[in-house]
Design a protein around this ligand. Structure first.
Ligand code: MV4
Length: 510
């Protein structure tokens, strides 16, 4: 087993990985940039090395600097976390060349799953269902038109080197296909240096459900249950839960077996996730594979009772999985809220700055994976994820109640956060009914914006009513022939001034 591990990341995930290391008696090495000198992951580590200025390109993405720290500190392994170099095959290879164990899959698996078309070709061979369409880039507009006729409109054009929604085009009719294909290819060339674009039938209002898998280096692969990740804003997940409200045990087993087949076709090792699109009839289609530990892994940990980071480290140390598929069971329900330093009243723009007061929730069923502390300066240079708040219960209702209670306890001053967004989501009828799809959050925010616009208009409406009432009162007084009801009202809107005002005025002016 390793004696020392370097965590090539920052924020909440670096703290999370360090916790697993400390529990295993493994020393930890942190790396940090100028703005992270006082960051929590630096404070929690046994050793810390400065690796450069704030920009990730000069610090957390600098493979040479990170490998140099591994050598100087004597770290035998590197955990990449998520983001940064976690899915960089060149980095995984550089670790292997330097004799440092990369805690994750091999460069081969990463490369195979990194290109959306090579991944689809592998799935085709493995018999894994993927969205009808091509598994290679289109070679001509005519080919695109032929496939679109076969699978049926609407279709989705996607960049092979893309991901996370970049380089995607939804096309509804044949007339629009050629121009959409040209613009998708030129955008792909500009954004990814690779103009390859393939075509799929568009799944309307899909759910995004992903399956966690775990594989050791001795050919054993298991599935650990699914996560519902449909609540996203601009392709960024906001709230995730396990299990999915619509997956029953039979569907779970089928998705799990497909995910294991996909992982085995890539000779995958360590923790990975197969993303599926699920249509309204609950058919599921391979979308892509994530070759890293994901932000939302805690909801799987809570519903399986496993520690995925412990298991990643044991696998990287060459050990066999300590269980088989039949040993595993899903129990209870977990929901994760991603707490971002963003201003919900200003289009969710990042809200960096000093955290002047921080009151954090705890209590029954609450897990908090946090990278912040009172007095810390949230930098503007990185993803604004501050912490993950996870509620666990014996069922979905209890998880929701506990999370609502915990959000009520959360108090962060000095910066803005999106905590209020979760209070809206958890209280929303569609959310409680499990009626989710990738458009859910856009619809909720539009609903809230309409309500906010109506509230904003209210003062004007009240002002207009008051003006109308005054005008009516003045008219009644100035025109004695106007009908006046017995209580002195002139029959105007309900907000007409009260009787005594009316009476007083009419006496005085007569
Ligand atoms: C799709 C799709 C519908 N039909 N492909 C978005 C990012 C990338 N992961 C794939 N995405 C989609 N691919 C077909 N054939 C809808 C989406 C999609 C989406 C997928 C998962 C999570 C959120 C999403 C938000 C918008 C669109």
């Amino acid at each position: 087993m390793f004696k020392k591990i370097l965590i090539a990341n920052r924020g909440e995930i670096a703290v999370r990985v360090m916790r697993a290391c400390r529990e295993m008696g493994i020393a930890t090495v942190a790396v940090y940039s100028d703005v992270d000198r006082a960051a929590l992951h630096v404070r929690k580590s046994d050793e810390a090395y400065h690796i450069g200025p704030a920009p990730a390109s000069e610090s957390y993405l600098r493979m040479d600097k990170i490998l140099d720290v591994a050598k100087r500190s004597g770290a035998e392994a590197i955990h990449p976390g998520y983001g940064f170099l976690s899915e960089n095959a060149k980095f995984a290879q550089a670790c292997a060349d330097a004799g440092v164990k990369f805690i994750g899959p091999t460069p081969h698996s990463m490369r195979m799953m990194g290109s959306k078309t090579s991944a689809r070709q592998e799935m085709e061979k493995a018999g894994v269902p993927f969205v009808p369409g091509t598994s290679r880039g289109l070679t001509s507009p005519e080919e695109g038109e032929e496939v679109a006729e076969r699978v049926g409109y609407p279709v989705m054009l996607k960049a092979a080197a893309g991901g996370g929604g970049k380089g995607m085009r939804l096309v509804h009719t044949r007339q629009d296909l050629r121009s959409a294909l040209e613009s998708a290819q030129s955008e792909a060339q500009r954004s990814f240096g690779d103009s390859e674009v393939y075509i799929e039938k568009a799944i309307v209002n899909p759910r995004h459900i992903e399956m966690q898998i775990l594989a050791d280096e001795h050919g054993n692969t298991v599935w650990l249950g699914e996560r519902e990740c449909s609540i996203q804003r601009r392709h960024q997940k906001v709230l995730e839960e396990a299990p999915s409200p619509i997956v029953d045990s039979d569907m779970r087993r089928r998705m799990g077996e497909v995910a294991v087949k996909a992982a085995q076709s890539a000779k995958y090792t360590n923790a990975g996730t197969i993303e599926f699109l699920v249509d309204q009839q609950k058919n599921f289609y391979f979308l892509e594979m994530n070759t890293r530990l994901q932000v939302e892994h805690p909801v799987t940990e809570l519903t399986t009772g496993l520690d995925l980071v412990h298991l990643q480290i044991h696998i990287a140390a060459g050990e066999k999985l300590p269980f088989t598929q039949s040993d595993l069971a899903i129990r209870g329900h977990a929901i994760e809220c991603r707490i971002y330093a963003e201003d919900p009243d200003n289009n969710y723009f990042p809200s960096p700055g000093k955290i002047t007061v921080l009151l954090q929730p705890s209590g029954p069923g609450i897990r908090r994976d946090s990278g912040m502390y009172e007095g810390w300066n949230v930098p503007m240079d990185y993803d604004p994820l501050l912490a993950k708040l996870i509620g666990y219960g014996s069922d979905r209702e209890q998880a929701i109640m506990r999370l609502e209670r915990a959000l009520y306890e959360y108090f962060v001053a000095g910066i803005k956060t999106n905590i209020s967004l979760f209070q809206r989501i958890l209280g929303d009828a569609d959310f409680r009914a499990g009626k989710l799809d990738t458009g859910y959050l856009d619809r909720l925010l539009a609903k809230n914006n309409q309500a906010a616009a109506a509230r904003a208009a209210e003062p004007q409406i009240e002002a207009l009513e008051t003006i109308a009432a005054i005008a009516a009162g003045m008219f009644a007084v100035l025109d004695p022939a106007a009908p006046v009801s017995k209580n002195g009202n002139t029959g105007g809107p309900a907000s007409v001034p009260s009787n005594w005002k009316q009476k007083g005025r009419s006496e005085a002016l007569r």
